[in-house]
Ligand binder design. Structure first.
Ligand SMILES: [Fe+2]
Length: 209
C-alpha cells in the first residue's frame, strides 16, 4: 500500500498512482436508476470516481493493519495503538463510499480480486521494521491517498454535490491522520525528515539516516 501510492516500485508516479482514467468493468454500461436530480450518466460517472476511492480505502485499511502488526522496536506501543483508530475510520469511509455507489445505481466492487485487478499501484513495500521506518513510509502512503481523494473531490464538484461533500468530509480526518504520522518525522524547526521523498522505501531510508 498501500495505497497506493507509494511504493518504490509503483507503476506510476506518486501523483497518479491511484488515479486511473479507466472505469472499472462494473461501470461499463448505464445504471437503470440514479438519485433524483442526476442523469444516469452523471450517476455512473460519479460511481466510477467513487470506485477508485473505494479501492484506495480498502487497500489503506488493510495496509494500516499490516503496519499495526509489523511495527517493532522503540515506540512500538504508541504506533501500534495509534494505527487502530485510523483503521476503523478508514473502514467506515469505505462503507460510506460503497453505499454511495449503490445509492447512485451502480454496484460497488469490494472483493480482494477486484481491488488487485483495478488498482494501479503496488503493495506496501515494508515488512517488519521500526516505528520511524513505517511512519515515514506511511507519510508517502498518505500523500498518495490524499492526492487521490482531492482529485476525486474536484472531479465530482460539477457532477454531484453530495459525493463532493462526502469526500471533503473524509479529507478533514484523513489529513489529520497524516499530520499524526508526520509529527513523528518533524523536527523543532518544522522540517520533515522525509522531505522530498515520494516512495515508501525512500522516505523510510531518509527518516532513519
Ligand atoms: Fe491489534
Amino acid at each position: 500500500m498501500a495505497t497506493a501510492t507509494s511504493s518504490t516500485n509503483s507503476k506510476k508516479q506518486l501523483t497518479t498512482t491511484q488515479i486511473s482514467d479507466n472505469k472499472p468493468d462494473a461501470f461499463e454500461g448505464t445504471p437503470s436508476f440514479s438519485v433524483p436530480g442526476l442523469t444516469l450518466e452523471e450517476g455512473s460517472d460519479t460511481a466510477a470516481v467513487l470506485q477508485r476511492i473505494l479501492n484506495t480505502y480498502n487497500d489503506l485499511h488493510l495496509t494500516l493493519k499490516h503496519v499495526h502488526w509489523n511495527v517493532v522496536g522503540p515506540n512500538f506501543i504508541s504506533v501500534h495503538q495509534m494505527i487502530d483508530p485510523q483503521v476503523e475510520t478508514i473502514r467506515g469511509y469505505a462503507d460510506d463510499v460503497a453505499e454511495r455507489i449503490a445509492t447512485l445505481g451502480s454496484s460497488p466492487q469490494g472483493t480482494p480480486g477486484a481491488l488487485v485487478e483495478q488498482r494501479d499501484w503496488d503493495d506496501y513495500s515494508i515488512g517488519r521494521a521500526g516505528a520511524i521506518e513505517h511512519l515515514a513510509a506511511l507519510d508517502a502512503v498518505y500523500i498518495g491517498v490524499i492526492t487521490s481523494i482531492r482529485k476525486a473531490a474536484t472531479e465530482t464538484e460539477e457532477l454531484d454535490d453530495v459525493t463532493n461533500d462526502l469526500l471533503i468530509g473524509h479529507l478533514h480526518e484523513i489529513e489529520q491522520f497524516h499530520w499524526f504520522v508526520r509529527a513523528h518525522l518533524e523536527n523543532a524547526g518544522g522540517v520533515l525528515s522525509t522531505a522530498g521523498e515520494t516512495s515508501e522505501k525512500g522516505s523510510a531510508k531518509s527518516a532513519t539516516s
